[in-house]
Design a protein around this ligand. Structure first.
Ligand SMILES: [Zn+2]
Length: 297
């Protein structure tokens, strides 16, 4: 984008740190950059840009993202909770991203049929959560060999015919989106690095987990508690990227109608919050650019 102001202008203007400061400056001095703004353009009731000065208002005061975005992601399907999950997503017409386990698409006839249903469902995205899920969660051994991790993901990618190399690591909260890199377990960092650098995958972690009891798969937080956590993370700016929050949940949490109601309630309550919107993970900041930069496919 063409810069309107030359380097001689003060830093607060070059960096777009406030319209008020810019206007104040304009009243004091005129910069001699090339013009793109309309002459005599009104800023407000009493403020006007002098005709001799050009200004790119958008650059000085970029429009903020209108709403805070929430990315619902569901791991481990297709499994016994996926059918209820899909029914709720369709009923509420909300976007969601499912990270699927290759092995689960052929574990049973029901899971195979479920996977076929998922592929026919608009409004959701299906991405890679490995082929084996570390062979029944044997994460320590799984993350020892970079080449076998890459081949496990490649196997799932091919089996599920997933076009974009977007993935989530089983048992690890890891992000790799171009230069954005975060790993919850430092000892696995180099192997997960290779999944990005050698394997060509964009890896999506999470900011908040809707936890579940591993004995009965029931959600730990109530929908209200989860929304309070969402509010807090946004307010405290504790998400990886400001105003964007990825929630992790698991398909198996919704295997009974009673448990599914919690997801339904959460989505309905979220929809009443006008400051939030739900989005697909391909809309997450930097993902499209990272996909364009990946050389694998
Ligand atoms: Zn998982």
């Amino acid at each position: 984008m063409e810069r309107v102001f030359r380097p001689a202008c003060p830093a607060f203007m070059r960096q777009g740190q406030g319209l008020a400061g810019a206007v104040l400056f304009l009243l004091l001095i005129s910069c001699n950059g090339p013009g793109s703004g309309k002459k005599g353009q009104k800023l407000g009731a009493d403020l006007q840009i002098p005709d001799s000065v050009s200004i790119n208002l958008k650059e000085l005061h970029p429009e903020p993202q209108q709403k805070k975005r929430i990315f619902m992601t569901f791991d481990d399907g297709p499994n016994q909770g996926t059918r209820n999950l899909l029914t709720i997503l369709k009923e509420e017409k909300v976007p969601a991203t499912l990270f699927l386990v290759g092995l689960h698409t052929k574990s049973s006839t029901e899971q195979k049929l479920m996977w076929e249903d998922l592929q026919r469902s608009p409004g959701i995205e299906l991405f890679n959560h490995s082929y084996s899920h570390a062979w029944k969660n044997r994460f320590t051994g799984f993350y020892k060999n970079p080449d076998s991790v890459i081949s496990d993901f490649n196997r799932a990618q091919a089996l599920m015919m997933i076009k974009e190399p977007i993935a989530r690591t089983p048992g690890r909260n890891a992000w790799r989106i171009d230069s954005t890199s975060r790993t919850d377990m430092v000892k696995n960092k180099s192997v997960i690095d290779s999944l990005q650098k050698k394997g060509g995958y964009v890896l999506i972690g999470w900011d908040l987990e809707w936890r579940f009891n591993h004995k009965n798969a029931q959600a730990v937080q109530t929908p209200d508690q989860l929304i309070a956590q969402v509010d807090h993370l946004f307010a405290a700016n504790k998400t990886l990227k400001p105003d964007n929050l990825v929630i992790l949940a698991h398909d198996q949490m919704w295997r009974t109608p009673t448990d599914s109601l919690k997801l339904h309630e959460f989505i309905r309550k979220l929809k009443t919050r006008t400051g939030y919107e739900l989005a697909l993970i391909t809309e997450y900041p930097g993902v499209k650019e990272a996909l364009a930069n990946q050389k694998r496919f």
